[in-house]
Design a binder for this molecule. Structure first.
Ligand code: ARG
Length: 289
C-alpha cells in the first residue's frame, strides 16, 4: 500500500539528518619513523609487544592522505631519533588564533619533544609563543570548541596548567577531571565534532569524574555519547572538520551514530599506533592561525 504523501514527507523529514559543512583545516603531523614502544607511560603500552614501525608508517601515511583528500593542509615536522612518541604531535602545542602554548611533558622520556616543536613554531614565524611552567600535554588534554577550551587533568596535564592556558591564550577554560587510567588524556575520551557558536562534542561518560560529567551534560545536552566498545578502541580519539570524522575502524557504534546525525565517518586502521595508546587525533595537531 502506498504511503500517503503527507506522511511520506514527515517520514523523510524525520529521517533526514542535517546537512553538515566541512571547514578547511591546517594540521601539523610527525611521521612515525622512530616509532617503538620501549617504555610504558600508559596502560596501552607494553614494551614486550612487538611493534611494526613500517606498518605504523603506512597507517600514518593513510591518515595524512585522508586529510589531504578532504582538502586540508598538512605540515610535517622532522621526526627525531630517540623520541618514539613524537608521532603524537597533538601533545606538543595548543594553537588558537595564531597564539601558541607549547608543551611540558610529565614523562622524562618525552620531555625533549617540546623543544623540537617550540623550534618549529619559532622558525615558522609564530610570534606569540609561550612555553608552560606546569605539566601541559597540549591538545592531548585541551580541546577547543571555538568558544571554550575544554581542559583535562587527572593523569597528565597539571590543573594549574589550565589557568596558565587561560592566561596565555586568552580563552575561557573549563576543567574536566579524568578518572580511568586507560583514558589518560582528554582526547582519548572526548572530541569536538562541530566548532563555533553552537559547538557539539562526542564523549565517553565513564572516563570522567561525577562533577565533570555534570559539566559536560550541562554544556552539551545533545552530545554524541560513545559506548564502552567505542572507547576501548580509542574511538573517541577522532578528528572532525565539521562534516568528515576520521576515526579508528573498530569504532562502528560511534560511526553509526555520527552518520545518523549527518556526519561522514571515515574509518581508518591505526592498530600499530594504538599499541602506544594513540589514535588519529593524537597524530594531528591543529594549527588555528
Ligand atoms: N605513548 C604516548 C603517551 O602516553 C601516547 C600519546 C597519545 N596522544 C594523545 N593525544 N592521547 O604519552
Amino acid at each position: 500500500m502506498p504511503v500517503p504523501a503527507a506522511l511520506a514527507v514527515e517520514l523523510r523529514a524525520r529521517n533526514e539528518a542535517p546537512s553538515r559543512t566541512p571547514m578547511h583545516r591546517h594540521y601539523l603531523m610527525c611521521p612515525p619513523q622512530h616509532f617503538t614502544v620501549e617504555y610504558s607511560i600508559n596502560p596501552w603500552m607494553d614494551p614486550n609487544t612487538p611493534v611494526d614501525t613500517e606498518l605504523a608508517m603506512a597507517q600514518w601515511q593513510e591518515l595524512k592522505r585522508t586529510y589531504e583528500r578532504l582538502g586540508h593542509t598538512v605540515e610535517v615536522i622532522d621526526p627525531q631519533p630517540g623520541l618514539p612518541d613524537m608521532v603524537f604531535s597533538a601533545n606538543s602545542g595548543t594553537v588558537i588564533d595564531g597564539r601558541v602554548l607549547g608543551a611540558r611533558f610529565r614523562a622524562p622520556e618525552r620531555a625533549a619533544e617540546a623543544e623540537h616543536f617550540r623550534r618549529w613554531f619559532s622558525m615558522r614565524g609564530y610570534r606569540e609563543l609561550v612555553m608552560p611552567s606546569r605539566t601541559n600535554e597540549a591538545e592531548g588534554d585541551f580541546a577547543w570548541t571555538g568558544e571554550l577550551l575544554l581542559a583535562g587533568c587527572g593523569f597528565r596535564t597539571d590543573p594549574e596548567a589550565h589557568a596558565e592556558a587561560q592566561e596565555a591564550l586568552g580563552v575561557p577554560v573549563v576543567s574536566l577531571r579524568l578518572t580511568d587510567p586507560r583514558f589518560y588524556h582528554l582526547d582519548t575520551a572526548l572530541f569536538v565534532l562541530q566548532h563555533g557558536p553552537h559547538p557539539q562534542v562526542a564523549y565517553y561518560p565513564e572516563a570522567f569524574s561525577p562533577g565533570s560529567l555534570k559539566v559536560l551534560q550541562r554544556l552539551f545536552p545533545s552530545a554524541v555519547i560513545g559506548s564502552a566498545a567505542d572507547a576501548e578502541c580509542l574511538g573517541l580519539n577522532a578528528v572532525s572538520d565539521g562534516k568528515n570524522v576520521v576515526l579508528p575502524m573498530e569504532a562502528t557504534d560511534l560511526a553509526e551514530q555520527l552518520s545518523e546525525r549527518g556526519y561522514a565517518p571515515l574509518l581508518l586502521d591505526i592498530s600499530e599506533l594504538r599499541k602506544s595508546g594513540g589514535g588519529p587525533k593524537c597524530c594531528t595537531m591543529e594549527l588555528r592561525d
